[in-house]
Design a protein around this ligand. Sequence first.
Ligand SMILES: [Zn+2]
Length: 435
Amino acid sequence: MSSMIELINELWFLKRDIVSDDFDRALYRLAEEVPMTIHEYPTGEPCWTWRVPEKWSCSEAYLETLDGRRLLDYRKHPLHAVSYSLPFEGVVSRDELLRHLHIHPRLPQAIPFVFKYYERDWGLCASQELRDSLVEPAYRAVIRTRFEPGTLKVGEVVIPGRSQDCFVLAAHLCHPAMVNDDLTGVVVGLEVARLLLAGPRREYTYRLLILPETIGSVAYLSHNEALIPSMHGGLFLEMLGNDAPHALQGSFQPDCQVDRCFTASFKSLDPLGYRGAYRTIIDNDERQFNAPGVRVPMLSLSRVEAPKSSGKPPYPEYHSSLDTPAIVSAERLEASSRVVLSLLDAWERNQYAVNHFKGEVFCSGYGIWIDYRLNPEGHRRLFDIMERCDGERTIADIAVELDVSFQSVWDVVSLLEAKGLAWFSREPHSTDPHR
Ligand SMILES: [Zn+2]
């Protein structure tokens, strides 16, 4: 079994374009680590309003001076060709070339990641330093690419639970020769899946999906519509290796149980972490799950340094050739997988707290009295929580209502349970005689 970092080192430089041989190579390699089903959707296959694109491959791409001096070469770095670039071969004027030669908006030394999956054109990518050095009137550009029928692939790891009700973890694998976005989410998801498979059976069934961004989610969801009603929540994973605290982005349904549960647990899992509403931190596959007709509340976990709303990049090396193994660490990947597991742990424990008692509990009689003179906050919290154990509120509901951690509510309700004063229910169980 390979560690997360070993997998990154092995797979990061593959040309993992959305439908490509290297995407398949990476996915089949990951399938050696855990039992994985690989779903295939052929080119042209309708997926709701989308269609699966062709398989794309690039055998050669370079830029030369007219006297044959090579300025950039796809063989040295796969980001030199625009992903899904049309083929091209010819002598072009400098002006014409500059219209097709992309640079990174912020990093003068980096090659940018540019993709044109659907609005196609030919294009090369270079550092700004290289582009600035182009002073001759004409150059020769060569891009040998092929579009052919293939199959888009989605890897699915199922961890069966006692119930068919499921929780979805998702990560995309389609960013060629980059690491933090997106391999880190994939390996953290895989590590979590390995640990779930090795641990005791859970209540929920978990599904880890490894896919090409957007089209992979649409392909999977449109071909598994019958499963959608059983999906009660989800978490999208990416950008988990850079040196920054965690960022938790809510789903489209901020009042749903998974949002409440993760919100109430997250604070204590990464004290420096921050939260943001749906589509304010980073956009990814969670959009397909949250969308109309699907409405699976899917949050996302990342280490985005500056949320989308700030107008800054999620991290400095984003979508560039500087997104290499050098910017991620094994410790951070391990810390992120612990955060994911703890969130899922809370999710498993998030049940309705049902009172066996009526009226206020005779605390001293049950040995759970907290002296308000010695511990006024603890005293208050005990009563605040007990007051809300009514079979209508989950642990997460109570935590959000009181703005306290999931764990602190869990501790109190577990204590009540141990004293025979309360019980946990997966379904609401109101004890209000008026209902
Ligand atoms: Zn990306």
